[in-house]
Each structure stands twice: as C-alpha cells, then as structure tokens.
Write a protein that binds this ligand. Structure first.
Ligand SMILES: [Zn+2]
Length: 290
C-alpha cells in the first residue's frame, strides 16, 4: 500500500489549490485495454480518445482518486487508481494467485463483482475461500447489487433480477464480520432492503453508480427516495459517489450534476458522499497519517 500513502500526501494539496474546487473520489469506474475497448454508440472512436476524455473529466471535476476495474490508463492516471479485480463469475484465479496479487499490491479492491449475472450470489459456498482472504487482508468487496439493463438475461441466461436483492448477502455479513463491502447501485430497486441492511449491519456501505444517470423506468424515482430515506435514517455517512463510467466519459459530469441537483441534501451531505465517506471506507485517512 506504499503507493497510496505517497499519493495521498501529494494529491490533496494539488486538489485544493485547483480554483477551490472540492475533491471527489469516484468509487466506481471501469477501465479498458486496447483490446477490450469498443467504440459503442456515443463513445469516443478510439481507446486513446477515450482515455483522454476521462482525463479531461477527472481534471474538470477534481477527481483525486478512483476505484477502477479492468484495463489501464496512462501512468500518471494509474497513480490515482485503486485497482480492483473484476469478476462476474467464480474468480478466474485460484486463492494462491489472489493472495499473490494482494501481497504485490496489484489489487486493492475486489470488484466489480457481479455474481447475479451468472445466477449466483456472493453467499455461494464456492466463494468462501476468497471471502476469507479478503476479510483477513482488508480487501474491500465492490458488489454489484440491484439490477442490470433491460433484457440482459438474453446475454446472460442465468441472470435473475431477484439475485440482486441485497438481503441475500446477510449470511456473508454474519460469517465475515470484518469484511469490508459496499453495495453498488445501493441495491436499487431493492433499496428498502439496502436500508434495512445498513440499519442492522453498520459495516455496510453503498455506492450510487449508474443509478445517477439511468433516466428511464423506476430508477430515477428510486434513487431520490433512497437518498431521502438514507438522510432521514442517518445513513448518509455510508453512501459513496461512483460514476460507473463505462465507455461514455460524459457520465461523470451527468452523475455529478444529478447528485448536486438534490436540494434535500445539504452541502455537508454532498461532501460526505463525494469524498469523506470514501476516505473512511478505504482507510485513506489512516494511510495518510502513517
Ligand atoms: Zn459498474
């Protein structure tokens, strides 16, 4: 974790110097490689353009840290990434390899972990040895919860909406009480159960991700209702900002503007969601003091 210590000493100084724009930590970013990048509709033509666009957005909005699954950015951008091991099924690596990646500081997070796309939940016994390692080594799990895009089952035949209900992870919270875990997308549409879990298990955090920019169906209503309730119940301290940027860099701006637009959230609440909660969850503060 040496890399993180160094960067945190440097970055906040740079950040606050930047026209007083307050810093943001994006806990939900997707990266690509030259091979995996695809110029899908609305996305930059080339991989290099994509990386340049992301860089521009990071600078514009003063994003000082991000949790990134998959791919690589340019070396200076890589310096502000917490690298996440992405898997949507059983990990493609064995436990020895996982331990090696952790000990060499090549990964700092396991995610985006998407077992529901393959008909599973994180409570499946086959994940047990991996969860034990993550708990012991302090590796947070970034778990996809909630839903996928409409008709996603055609691409992932084992996908089931019901497997995105966060209540299904309860046994994991009991069996691995020290495990750090955040529920991506706040479990929306099952956000009442996200709130119930946050109430019962104080270690549970969540991020917002794509629900900040999905503008169709139930999601925008659920997002607003979730945030209102999270505030009312006193859980804003455990909600984190994530852009869930995939191919479209403008999602960063869109998602930030969406969160900023909620007048029922105070400036203080927004600071917590954009930055402070992530510092605490990823122990960035503690590392800085070392
Ligand atoms: Zn994602």
């Amino acid at each position: 974790m040496r890399k993180i210590v160094f960067l945190l000493l440097v970055i906040p100084t740079l950040v606050y110097a930047q026209d007083g724009i307050k810093p943001i930590i994006d806990v939900h970013l997707h990266g690509y490689t030259q091979q995996t990048y695809r110029p899908v509709p609305g996305a930059p033509e080339s991989y290099d353009e994509f990386k340049a666009e992301i860089r521009k957005q990071f600078k514009k909005f003063n994003i000082v840290y991000a949790v990134k699954s998959g791919g690589q950015f340019d070396p200076d951008m890589e310096e502000i990434m917490l690298n996440a091991y992405e898997s949507n099924n059983y990990p493609k690596i064995d436990t020895l390899e996982l331990k090696k990646l952790i000990s060499e500081d090549k990964i700092q997070v396991w995610g985006e972990f998407m077992p529901m796309f393959n008909g599973l939940t994180i409570a499946d016994p086959k994940f047990t040895p991996y969860l034990k390692i993550c708990e012991r080594e302090g590796i947070p799990i970034a778990l996809h919860t909630g839903r996928g895009p409409p008709n996603i089952y055609k691409r992932y035949p084992k996908y089931r909406l019901q497997l995105g209900d966060p209540i299904l992870i309860e046994s994991v919270l009991i069996d691995y009480p020290e495990l750090k875990i955040y529920l991506m997308h706040a479990g929306i549409p099952f956000y009442e159960n996200t709130l119930a879990l946050m109430d019962q298990y104080p270690q549970v955090y969540c991020d917002l991700g794509a629900v900040l920019w999905v503008d169709q169906g139930l999601t925008p209503f659920h997002l607003k209702d979730f945030l209102i309730k999270a505030k009312e119940y006193g859980f804003i301290d455990r909600v984190m900002y994530g852009s869930d940027v995939m191919y479209w860099s403008y999602r960063i701006e869109q998602s930030i503007q969406k969160l900023e637009s909620f007048e029922f959230l105070s400036e203080d609440d927004k600071r917590k969601i954009f930055y402070e909660n992530a510092v605490r969850f990823f122990d960035l503060d503690q590392l800085q003091k070392k």
